[in-house]
Design a protein around this ligand. Structure first.
Ligand code: ADP
Ligand code: MG
Length: 389
């Protein structure tokens, strides 16, 4: 991750090189990892993310010619530029749709247009929510520039709508909430049904712990079916159980009603069982952390979460299973895949003194599987979106 001053200088220079002049400011929003609570967000359930120290920075200024322009140091070379009045859901249809979706929602305040330069060290497409880091950094910039009345919940909603309605990516509310609301040294306990949230102390540093993030290198595609299929299966299971959201089911025994003797019913039962048991795992982790228990205690709950994603929800892939297995085998207190599934990253809860050994064990396992060494980094709970300059 880049230091704040360094990040500001880099974004400013790139902005000037690209657009000329100076940006009005530089805003940052982090990526996230979800400690526990996977695929619960669109089921009205609980999640427990932390913000990464890795951020996306947006250097932004208003224009006077009625045009909007987007450039990214991580994107293709070209600047994406169009008239403010040409923006529409699906247009632009590339990466610039993410920031454009935020701009579009506030277009009535922005008649002169806007220039946006983004720079990021959040790994893209690794399940660490680079997309929310992008939309939230721009949302925060626009709040400061043209919409001072927007509170944190409004920013979350603005960023969510940009992703869901403008880009057409069917994410829940988790990513944007984490990027906006998380706080250093804490996990964010979020109830996605009523969107209330609480900060739960998770001071890994003092406990001599860290989260090791391992990017499997297998790229996931939200658009590529699997994620949408799971959402539909969850909706269907809820419908058959007569509830609005699977969150309302607390007792796994109720799920027996789904197993109607058909293969489909059996699948729906397992999908729903993941959601019901995952919500219980979030509550268990939160209770342990609130009681001031040693955070090592949550390790086995994370591993149980992985097994549920692998066996009941069926969204893991062999390399993610290999990361979890080798990390736990080398002394991690627990590990699990994170994010939408079918690729992306895994996390392992590791004593700081054991990070090297666990990283090496995962590397050896990848070698044996004939895979290039995975990208890894160590993280602790960090701050949410903020203005840097
Ligand atoms: P994730 O959010 O897990 O990283 P997504 O598929 O939701 O994965 O979002 C990744 C997409 O977000 C990229 O394909 C790109 O379109 C866009 N994106 C994210 N960060 C950047 C960036 N710094 N520059 C350009 N595009 C970005
Ligand atoms: Mg995303």
């Amino acid at each position: 991750m880049t230091g704040d001053q360094e990040a500001v200088d880099r974004a400013r220079h790139a902005f000037t090189d690209t657009f000329g002049g100076q940006p009005a400011g530089v805003w940052a929003a982090p990526g996230r990892v979800n400690v526990i609570g996977e695929h619960t967000d669109y089921n009205g359930g609980f999640v427990l993310p932390i913000a990464l120290p890795h951020t996306t920075r947006a250097a932004v200024t208003r224009r006077t010619d009625g045009r909007v322009a987007f450039a990214s140091l991580q994107g293709e070379d070209a600047v994406v530029e169009l008239g403010l009045d040409e923006l529409a859901p699906g247009r632009p249809d590339d990466w610039a749709g993410y920031p454009a979706g935020v701009v579009w929602a506030l277009r009535e305040r922005l008649d002169g247009g806007l220039s946006v330069l983004v720079d990021s060290d959040v790994p893209v497409g690794a399940g660490l929510s680079s997309s929310a880091a992008l939309t939230c950094s721009v949302a925060l910039a626009l709040r400061d520039l043209v919409a001072p009345e927007l509170g944190p919940a409004d920013l979350v909603e603005l960023a969510r709508r940009a992703e869901n309605d403008f880009v057409g990516a069917p994410t829940g509310i988790l990513d944007q909430s984490a990027s906006v609301l998380c706080a250093d040294g804490h996990a964010l306990f979020l109830d996605t049904r009523d969107r209330t949230s609480q900060q739960v102390p998770l001071d890994l540093r003092s406990a001599g712990l860290a989260l090791l993030v391992v990017d499997s290198g297998v790229t996931h595609e939200h658009a590529g079916g699997g994620y949408g299929d799971r959402r539909q299966e969850c909706e269907e299971a809820a419908r058959r159980l007569g509830v609005d959201f699977l969150r309302e089911v607390e007792d796994v025994d109720r799920l027996a009603a789904l197993a109607d003797g058909t293969p489909e019913g059996q699948v729906l039962m397992r999908r729903a069982r993941h959601i019901v048991t995952e919500n219980a795992r979030v509550l268990e982790v939160v209770a342990a952390l609130r009681d001031g228990d040693d955070p090592r205690r949550i390790g086995p709950i994370l591993t149980a979460g992985h097994e549920s994603l692998r066996d009941d929800f069926e969204i893991s892939v062999p390399l993610l299973d290999a990361i979890v297995e080798s990390a736990v085998g080398a002394g991690a207190h627990g590990a699990r895949m994170v994010g939408g599934g079918f690729g992306g990253s895994a996390i392992a809860l590791v004593d700081t003194g054991a990070v090297d050994a666990v990283t090496a064990a995962v590397g050896t396992r990848f070698e044996r599987e004939g895979q290039p060494a995975p990208r890894t980094f160590v993280t602790v709970p960090s701050d949410g979106a903020r203005r840097l300059a």
